[in-house]
Write a protein that binds this ligand. Structure first.
Ligand code: SF4
Ligand code: SF4
Length: 308
């Protein structure tokens, strides 16, 4: 059985990628499961998707805690403990990482003994929106059992409702990734079925049941949401052009769902990047189009270049 876990952020196509990969395995004659795991739908929040493919009926259920392959669309998730990207990764696991740098550097940085394959970055838009499909294409090649026509057919099937343009764009990106990892074709091996005796409990904490009066959430202080740094979810950053802003003083600040835009005394808006989650609502509602969307990586690179 192949056990494959995809990690990324809401909006990066992780769920779509797992569906494409599952359908491609199915087209290649495998039994398949695929399931995404995420909470309330939030663009930018960490999420994962789990694909199992086997030549015999699959009796395992639930999240994959011992992956043969982890495909990571967004390397910034390695800094987010809750994303648990490296859960269960051992010497037999393959890590596929979309990003920059070489495999040996990543192996050393993450203290991994298994195989690391870097899928070269392909531009902000492709990474931001088609990362799941790119990693599906690369994973298909790493497994070495899915042909190009089977991958193309899976994308056509899964994206049929989105029309020919989306299908063509996604197919081009997935095939580029399929080709980019060609030197590693077949590096992903099927692991044998796991015996129940080999089960290792995942690293979560069991809490004893308590009565609802004790266990129900209770918030005793105001403004606790400031402790949640939703700015970590962001892949795109809103940036205000103050020369275009007409100081309407309410539209962007009122419609920001995270109350991350303050209005200064001079009526100019100010974005709190610690809590801006990058939903881009402010970009779309500003009448004079004074707020633009900047890829987060480009913004960080600019900050680094400007640092003393
Ligand atoms: S909505 Fe636009 S014009 Fe109004 S305060 Fe915000 S940035 Fe300025
Ligand atoms: S509306 Fe703008 S400032 Fe508010 S969270 Fe969304 S992108 Fe950030």
């Amino acid at each position: 059985m192949y056990r494959i876990r995809l990690h990324g952020r809401g909006g990066q196509g992780i769920k779509t990628g797992s569906r494409i990969l599952g359908s491609a395995f199915f087209g290649a004659g495998f039994e398949v499961q695929d399931a995404p795991v995420y909470g309330a739908e939030r663009r930018g929040a960490a999420m994962s998707a789990h694909v199992r493919a086997a030549r015999t009926p699959i009796r395992e259920r639930g999240v994959i805690t011992r992956p043969d392959l982890v495909a990571l669309v967004d390397e910034t998730l390695l800094q987010v403990p809750a994303a648990n990207v490296l859960l269960g990764v051992d010497a037999a696991s393959v890590l596929l990482l979309q990003g920059n740098g070489d495999a040996e550097t990543w192996r050393a940085r993450l203290a991994l003994s298994g195989t690391v394959v870097v899928l070269p970055a392909a531009g902000e838009r492709a990474e931001a929106e088609l990362g799941g499909a790119r990693c599906a294409g690369a994973a298909a090649r790493l497994a070495g059992v899915i042909s190009r026509p089977q991958l193309i057919a899976a994308i056509a099937q899964e994206l049929a409702s989105l029309g020919p343009v989306a299908t063509a764009t996604t197919t081009a990106q997935a095939l580029a990734a399929y080709d980019a990892v060609a030197p590693h074709a077949g590096v992903l091996r099927e692991s044998r079925p796991a015996a129940a005796t080999a089960f290792a409990a995942p690293e979560w904490i069991d809490l004893p049941l308590e009565s609802a009066r004790v266990a129900a959430p209770a918030i005793f202080a105001a403004a606790t949401s400031v402790e949640v740094r939703t700015g970590l979810w962001r892949t795109m950053r809103p940036e205000i052009d103050y020369a275009r802003c007409n100081r309407c003083a309410w539209i962007c600040s009122t419609l920001c769902p995270d109350s991350a835009i303050r209005v200064r005394a001079d009526r100019s808006p100010e974005i709190d990047l610690e809590h801006c989650k990058g939903c881009m609502i402010c970009v779309s509602v500003c009448p004079p189009q004074a707020i633009r969307a900047l890829p987060e990586r480009a913004a960080r690179a600019r900050e680094l270049a400007a640092a003393p």
